[in-house]
Design a protein around this ligand. Structure first.
Ligand code: SF4
Length: 256
């Protein structure tokens, strides 16, 4: 690794360490299921947690879980082989989300149904595997984009939660990459030579990667603004932890 690579690695580890500390994400005795899709974000998340596990002052267990969602020729074997080569405990599952989505979505954009099914499956597997935490690979850009999407299109000031009790109350979902920027993750994933495997969903892979036009718009806008305001994303993420309730119009936040 050259000096820039080492600097980047330190930056990512520092970001994850800060997130874990700020939101008290990991406790002694935790069994964390890392949802590994085969994409860059979840690979980097798993790699960092796996390294932290070796030197953390608390003991925690990691299990990587991958779900073959039934989209095309998904190369789950590549994911499994890589995890085996790194001696990381892993579970490979098949859950045919593609067929359910095809049957039920009837031509509409199926993503919310697909995401709901996947979330339900993750909760179920975590319970079966006795994992009390589920780690997801959403990063700083996801948080910032979601904030702006909610503000621009829904009239709501909300992003994602860095730590949240699951719908069934059995697990806690954590997002340790909340402070890590997507571009850094992209480069770091290359540096650590993880096998990027596409989910094969026709809406998400290859040229359709940014089929979500609203999110694409927000991404483009942020890229454009970043030229003049280089710190715009870090400022936006900071704004989420620096709310002035009395200066918001939501009277439920007012203390008097
Ligand atoms: S792009 Fe495909 S895999 Fe992703 S949420 Fe939508 S339907 Fe599911």
């Amino acid at each position: 690794m050259n000096r820039d690579d080492i600097k980047l690695e330190k930056k990512i580890f520092k970001a994850v360490g800060k997130a874990i500390g700020d939101f008290d994400m990991i406790q002694d005795g935790d069994h964390i299921m890392v949802a590994v899709s085969g994409g860059k974000d979840s690979w980097v998340l798993l790699h960092v947690l796996n390294e932290l596990q070796k030197k953390a002052p608390v003991n925690f267990e990691l299990t990587a879980l991958n779900i073959d969602q039934g989209y095309g020729n998904f190369r789950q074997d590549k994911i499994e082989d890589f995890l085996d080569s790194r001696n990381i405990k892993s579970i490979m599952k098949d859950f045919d989300i593609a067929s359910i989505v095809e049957e039920k979505s009837q031509g509409s954009v199926p993503c919310s149904l697909c995401a709901r099914l996947r979330r339900g499956a993750l909760y179920g597997y975590a319970q079966k595997l006795k994992c009390n935490k589920i780690a997801l690979g959403h990063h700083l850009d996801d948080f910032v984009e979601t904030l702006l999407l909610n503000q621009f299109f829904i009239g709501k000031t909300a992003s994602m939660s860095p730590k949240l009790n699951s719908d069934n109350g059995e697990n806690t979902v954590i997002r340790p990459l909340v402070y890590a920027e997507e571009n850094d993750i992209r480069i770091y994933a290359k540096n650590i030579e993880v096998p990027i495997v596409c989910c094969e969903c026709p809406l998400a892979c290859g040229e359709n990667l940014h089929f979500d036009h609203k999110r694409r718009k927000i991404k483009n806008l942020l890229t454009e603004l970043e030229k003049d305001i280089p710190h715009i994303k870090s400022s936006l993420i900071k704004s989420l932890s620096n709310i002035k309730p009395s200066h918001m119009l939501d009277r439920n936040l007012w203390t008097h």
